[in-house]
Structures are given as structure tokens and as C-alpha cells.
Design a protein around this ligand. Structure first.
Ligand code: HMG
Ligand code: MG
Length: 302
């Protein structure tokens, strides 16, 4: 039996915009977050506190967090790969702190090196104090697990590696994890295997699906995850983005397309699809292109 309701985390302002070549002002990013919360999104991944040398697109992290007019009931998350990032994320008045921080590791050694410049084991050592400090301050912690089905450098990734990473995350106090198909190569059986490996360590309520749509598989992978009871998903409005350390990978699946599918299946999301489409048009216009969402395109022609 499929879940009756789904919670979507829109990661467009972070995962999407981290990979855009042309600069997007903090004001536009804030405008996107406001439109997403008005559309009914209850969780938004806003930015990341990473090195501006590595990802210059996120250098305005503090400005963006400061500029958001928060809507009650909405949760705002940010990426923090190390203590430096965590300290920067909380170097603001408490009301500007994130509700949740995200540590991000990979099921593949090569991707861990390229993305965060350390091995998987070293990454866990770096995350442990971040997780402890966040939880001590009452901030929730999510762990993103990259390359859970495939890696741009190592090829296929075995489910056992995903299970190992999930266990490491669990052991340091991470509360929930994202099973990410970073480069969008996954197909339903592989994605199910990655989720099943994660289910050995996390309850299904604490697992989310994060699918990039490079090969057009993200919606079927979403459906496959729903069949395992997963009801938390990450997606980007207008299908923004990609990953700077995964060449050729396209953006996350478009939130509009996921919402269209879920509503068509009678699954509740609390999201107003028309307003969501407007949010996607807003950010796409700022980037000078069309939203990368089939549902958005179809519904705007009608
Ligand atoms: P490093 O070079 O190993 O770090 O980078 P370091 O500790 O040796 O520091 C080097 C320099 O960076 C120093 O500055 C530090 O102060 C600075 P310098 O002395 O040279 O002037 N630094 C920082 N500055 C700001 N904020 C920080 C920070 N940390 C160090 N937090 C590091 C390690 C992790 C920082 C680096 O590799 C990095 O920033 N990587 C960015 C990776 C990234 O953002 N990737 C994209 C997000 S992950 C993703 O998209 C996947 C996901 O969507 C799921 C999926 O689809 O798979 C989540
Ligand atoms: Mg991603």
C-alpha cells in the first residue's frame, strides 16, 4: 500500500542554484524561497555553508538566510560539511538558524574525494562533531548519501556500500538520511536495493529519496520508493541544477513533475501546483530559460 501523503523538500535554492554558471543574486534566491513557501512547501533546503572557493554560487549563504521572511510551520535546512560551516550557519541570531543541517557523504570513495576532499572515513570524523554540536543546540540533522546507485568515477555502487554509509551516519547521531542518485543513473530495482540497504539502519519515516533526472528515471524511481513506503522526497522547482562534482549530471527531478504525479495518484502533498509552477517560472526567467519541467510546460500551454 502506498503512502497517503508525501512531504517534499524543495532543494532548488541549494542543489539547483549551486550549479548555475550565471550568478543569481541573493535577492532572487530569497524571492524563490518565498514563492516556494507560499506554494505550500513545508521544507526548503536554502543554501550551503561550504567553501566559497569550491562553490562560489553559495557564497551569499548568510545573506540569503538573513533575508528570508520565515513562514510558520516551514522548516529551513542548510548544508554544513564541517565545523567551520556549522559555526557560520549559527553565527546569526537564533531566529535565523537553520531548523536542520545536512552533512553530506558518499557511498563511493572517489566521489567523497572529489566532492569534499576526504575519504568516507575522514568525512564521518568531520561530521561527528558537527552532528553533536547541532543536536546540542536543538538543530536537527540530516545526512545526504551521494552516489547510492552509481558514481561518475567508480561506476556502479553496490547496495552494501550504501548500508555501510547509512550505519556510519546512524552511529554518529544523524537522524534521517537521503538516498541520493547524484547523477541520475538509477533504475527502479537498483534504487530499491539502495533503499533496502538503508532500511537496515533507518526507519522508513527517516529516509528520503533524492533523484536527479539525467536519464529520465527520477519519477519511476520515486514510484519504486513509494512502493517501499518512503514518503519523503527531494526535488527542485523547475528541475534546476546538478552537482558541480558530477560532470554531465542534470538537475534534480522537477518538483512540479513529482507533485503532478502524486496528485494524480491521490497522494497529498499540501502543495498548490499552480503557485509552484509560478515559482519555477520566476527562477527560470531569472536564469533566462524555460523551466525544466514537463508538467510546468504542459500546464502553461493549456
Ligand atoms: P578542504 O579544502 O579540504 O578544507 O575542503 P580545509 O579545511 O582544508 O580548508 C581549506 C580552505 O577552505 C580554508 O580557507 C578554509 O577556511 C576554507 P583558506 O585558508 O584556504 O582561505 N573552508 C571553508 N570556508 C567556508 N565554509 C566552510 C569551509 N571549510 C573550509 N565550511 C570542504 C573541504 C568540504 C570545505 C570543501 O571540499 C567544500 O566546500 N566542498 C563543497 C562541496 C559541495 O558543496 N558540493 C555540492 C554539495 S553536495 C551535493 O550536491 C550532493 C547532494 O545534492 C546529494 C546528491 O545529489 O548526491 C547533497
Ligand atoms: Mg543532489
Amino acid at each position: 500500500k502506498l503512502p497517503a501523503k508525501v512531504q517534499i523538500i524543495d532543494v532548488g535554492p541549494r542543489d539547483g542554484l549551486q550549479n548555475e554558471k550565471q550568478p543569481v543574486s541573493a535577492e532572487i534566491k530569497i524571492g524563490l524561497v518565498h514563492r516556494l513557501q507560499d506554494a505550500g512547501l513545508k521544507e526548503i533546503e536554502v543554501t550551503s555553508f561550504v567553501s566559497p572557493k569550491w562553490v562560489p554560487q553559495m557564497a551569499d549563504n548568510a545573506e540569503v538566510m538573513h533575508g528570508i521572511k520565515r513562514k510558520p510551520g516551514v522548516r529551513y535546512s542548510v548544508l554544513t560539511p564541517n565545523m567551520k560551516g556549522f559555526e557560520a550557519a549559527i553565527a546569526a541570531p537564533r531566529e535565523e538558524w537553520p531548523d536542520e543541517i545536512v552533512v553530506f557523504g558518499a557511498a563511493s570513495e572517489a566521489f567523497s574525494q572529489k566532492n569534499i576532499n576526504c575519504s568516507i572515513a575522514e568525512s564521518i570524523e568531520r561530521f561527528a562533531p558537527v552532528v553533536a554540536a547541532a543536536r546540542e543546540k536543538g538543530i536537527d540533522v540530516r545526512g545526504a548519501m551521494s552516489c547510492t546507485v552509481g558514481c561518475p568515477y567508480e561506476g556502479e555502487v553496490a547496495p552494501e556500500r550504501v548500508g555501510m554509509l547509512a550505519k556510519l551516519m546512524k552511529d554518529i547521531g544523524v537522524q534521517r538520511v537521503d538516498v541520493a542518485d547524484t547523477i541520475g543513473v538509477g533504475t527502479p530495482r537498483k534504487v530499491k536495493a539502495a533503499i533496502e540497504a538503508t532500511l537496515a539502519h533507518f526507519n522508513v519515516d527517516h529516509i528520503s529519496g533524492h533523484f536527479h533526472d539525467t536519464y529520465g528515471q527520477a519519477l519511476v524511481n520515486t514510484l519504486a520508493s513509494l512502493e517501499l513506503g518512503v514518503w519523503n522526497f527531494q526535488s527542485s522547482s523547475a528541475g534546476l541544477g546538478g552537482c558541480p562534482y558530477a560532470k554531465g549530471a542534470t538537475g534534480n527531478v522537477a518538483t512540479e513533475d513529482v507533485v503532478y504525479m502524486l496528485h494524480g495518484m491521490g497522494i497529498e502533498t499540501g502543495i498548490d501546483l499552480d503557485k509552484l509552477i509560478d515559482a519555477g517560472v520566476y527562477i527560470s526567467e531569472a536564469l533566462g530559460r524555460e523551466p525544466n519541467s514537463r508538467a510546468s510546460k504542459a500546464l502553461r500551454i493549456k
